[in-house]
Each structure stands twice: as C-alpha cells, then as structure tokens.
Design a protein around this ligand. Sequence first.
Ligand code: HSE
Length: 300
Amino acid sequence: MKAFSLSLPASSANIGPGFDSVGIALNRYLTLEVTKNNKWEFEHHSYLLPSFSDFKDHFIYQIARRVAKKHNKSLPTCKVKIDSEIPLARGLGSSASAVMAGIELANQLCNLSLSPEEKLNYGTDIEGHPDNVAAVLFGGFVITVKTLDEDIDYFRLPALNLDVVVYIPTFELKTEDARKVLPKSFPRKDAATASGISNLVMASLISGDFDLAGKMMERDLFHEPYRAELIPNYHLIKQTAKKSGAYGTVISGAGPTMISFVPKGDGENIANQMKTLLPAYQVEALLIDFKGIQVKLAAE
Ligand code: HSE
C-alpha cells in the first residue's frame, strides 16, 4: 500500500432556506496522513479533535469499516495521523468531514473505485441529510436532494463572487438538539412560501443578484425562526453585519455559528468591524473552497 493523505473542507449547510439540501465548502480542513502499519493506530494532532480510547471506537475507523464491509472487504492495518481546523458541534460540518474521511479511507484502502454518487449516497445515509456531505465531496456551493424514491441528485453552482464571515461562539450546540425544536410538519401554505423563498435565493445566487439573495436568505421559514432562540445575539449579528456591508447572514447549519455572505474581498474588513461587537466570539473571514475532498499519494 502506498502512503496517501486526505484533505476535507469544513462546510456550512442550509444557507437559510435551503434546509437540509444546500451546502457550501469552506477553507478550514480536516487532514489525514495514512501510512501502512502492522496494527491500527490513530494519532490526533489538534485539540479540536474528540478523544478516543481504542482504535475500534474511532468515528472515522467505524465509518471506513462499515463501507468496506458493504463491499465484502476488510481494511488493511494503517497508521492515521489526523489534524483539524474545524471546531466540533459549531455548525461547520465537522461530522460531515469525518464521515466523508471514513468513506474515502475505505475507498482508498480497499480500492473500491466508488463513484461520486456512491460516496454521496453513503454520506447521506450516515449523516441523515446530504447538504454538508455534498459540499465536502464536491467543494463550492452544492444543492442536493434525495427524493422519496431514494434517487439522489445534485447541482453544483458556478463559482460565486462571494466571501464569508463566520461568528463562532464558545459553546457547542448538537445538531440533534437543534433539530428537536423544529416542527414535525408545515401547513401547505407555509411550505409553499418557504420553498418559494428558497427558490429565489438559488436563482438570485446563480444570476449574481446578491442583494436579492441576501434579503431572501434572511427570510427562511423552515428552521431559523425556531432555532433563533437557541442562538445568543442572533438578531444583533444579522443587523450589524448588514450595516457593515454583508448581503445576508444566516445560521451555519444547525448553529450555533452564524455566517455572513459578503462581497468578494470585503471579508477581512467586515470581520474586523464585527470583532469589536463580539469580543467573545471567534470571528473569521473565510473563503469558499472549490476543491472538495483531495487525495494525494505520497512521493516515492
Ligand atoms: N441541515 C442540517 C440541519 C445541518 O440544519 O439540521 C446540520 O447538520
């Protein structure tokens, strides 16, 4: 087996009304260096990674094993060094990056030659929704849906002239808890309005009308009205970011991070203005990652 490395971007799901179907990849990374070894070993090189006691309990190992098993293969033993820039349980897709890392690990170690659709399908089954995993896999801005007949389709938007600013609070919010506050169903009229808003966001993003996109992304009816109460400074961040020049600000995934979409090149300036308002937050100007998962074979 040849040594290789994997790099997987962070991601932000929903972008307001694209609930459970829209994701964007961001330039913060989970990286794995994989080498042949006579036993399984995981080595963590970032305080952002969760602790584990035995390799069998390692989340990425468990995913890789599950995928290998589906193809009737067993994983060869390896040493995996992991580094991460993605904070846990903050709405920046740490779990989706880890899931896709496990899938890609199995793909590489067992020579499965999985297609992008197969990887997306596995990732969606494990995560429960395709938004983050599609962004991690393809990079950029991706719309994905798994229809009720289990057909999975995706569309990758053309490169957008946008940067983002994220506001990461110190506390964690588990997706599971942030989903509990959502209604089980929506009246047809509300669902029609909510999907109309979502359609407008996507159409205006594709056509480059970012003012309209920003306005509409802040009008979500699917999840933000219910989650706002879980997120301190929700309204303040939105209003101040708008005044500072952001097109629109939404909850990143299930929160508690919030994310602003800003004109290309204005990220640092807007982040600096917002830092004075939010001294306890990690406020960062980030870029959209357009590469998705990267696999690199080590040099001979
Ligand atoms: N679409 C998901 C949610 C993203 O909002 O619950 C979090 O994993």
